[in-house]
Design a protein around this ligand. Structure first.
Ligand code: 2P0
Length: 333
């Protein structure tokens, strides 16, 4: 068979109302809907080629051959694409992140979205955005949201087969030009507990999990309105409290899921103190130690410098709302 090749770029996304916990582990169906912003400056580029004379899939990330569990997840996703497309050829996959992998910067979101788009295009599938979101979700839940630019909701859906669990765009990347998210990096080492394992244990053992789910709908409703009205105070307040609720739920899991480092607390305290003295800034934290700070465009560079001055903060990256996943003609091999 002749080689079929495609390259895709997908940006990372950061949830403002978080996804934490599944109702179906196999189909990656979430227990709650979530809302995120797609970021312009953090992205994954992936080239997939099926066919040729390969006897096994060959998968590289940032020049390193994937092994073990990481490789298995990608091979399983390629198997799904091969099944849907009705093709058999083994694949060569090369993927490049422009940010540290597995450091709480949502690499699985951009990674599985780019893989889904590149692999489905290479296999000649030509998926629409809805089906691309569903395919991406089957690789990693948060990847379903990176299909779209701007502000995005992953609607949890109700069907048992997951056919209505996919992302929708709330507003594109031009809607809120003044919105910025400053990502701090306090560590770029790989975390010990994956989000997948952490959320599985949380659902099973955290006494707060039921309450977490009960408070999601009001948060979704308020943040949708805040995004529509470009109201940073409203979006910031909801995002900050939602993130603290998620972390409280994680921390009360057995065994505990504790991602924070001393520098995480240093940033949290500083953001709260700066706000008390008039700064317009709010924080959010994913499944990792790095803190993201929501603010206005005109304050972003100054806040990034202040954040870089804090103990334990290695770097602060200013991001705008970015675009959705797209194909590229610049193949990586
Ligand atoms: C989110 N996170 O909404 C939440 C907030 C981390 C904290 O989605 O098992 O890598 O592949 O569906 O998507 C991280 O979880 O987990 C995540 P799987 P995923 O962004």
């Amino acid at each position: 068979m002749t080689a079929l090749k495609a390259t895709a770029i997908a940006n990372s996304n950061i949830a403002l109302v978080k996804y934490w916990g599944k109702r179906d582990e196999r189909l990656l169906l979430p227990a709650n809907s979530s809302i995120s912003v797609t970021l312009d400056d953090l992205y994954t580029t992936t080239t997939v080629e099926f066919g040729g004379k390969r006897r096994a899939d060959r998968i590289q990330l940032d020049g390193r051959e994937l092994l073990g569990e990481e490789r298995t997840r990608v091979v399983r996703h390629l198997d799904l694409v091969r099944k849907l497309a009705g093709i058999k050829g083994k694949a060569r996959v090369e993927s490049k992140n422009n940010f540290p992998t597995a450091a709480g910067l949502a690499s699985s979101a951009s990674g599985f979205c780019a893989l889904s788009l590149a692999a489905s295009a290479a296999a000649g599938m030509g998926l629409d955005a809805r089906n691309l979101s569903i395919l991406s979700r089957l690789g990693s839940g948060s990847a379903s949201r990176s299909v779209y630019g701007g502000f995005v909701e992953w609607v949890k859906g109700h069907q048992r087969d997951g056919s209505d669990s996919c992302a929708v765009q709330l507003a594109d990347e031009t809607h809120w030009k003044d919105f910025r998210l400053v990502t701090t990096i306090v560590t770029s080492t790989k975390k010990k507990i994956s989000s997948r394992a952490g959320m599985r244990e949380t659902v099973k053992t955290s006494p707060l999990y039921k309450t977490w789910l009960e408070t999601i709908d009001p948060d979704l409703k308020a943040i949708r309105k805040g995004i529509r009205q470009r109201n940073l105070t409203q979006v910031g307040e909801i995002a900050e409290v939602n993130c603290l609720k998620m972390h409280a739920t994680m921390m009360t899991t057995t065994p505990r899921v504790l991602y924070w480092q001393p520098a995480t607390m240093e940033v949290i305290r500083s953001v709260v103190d700066w706000r008390a003295s008039g700064e317009r800034c709010w924080f959010t934290i994913d499944g990792g130690p790095n803190v993201k700070v929501l603010c206005r465009a005109k304050d972003a560079r100054r806040l990034a410098r202040k954040l870089e001055g804090l103990k334990g903060v290695k770097k602060a990256i200013v991001c705008k709302p970015g675009q959705g996943a797209r194909l590229s003609f610049k193949h990586l091999f």
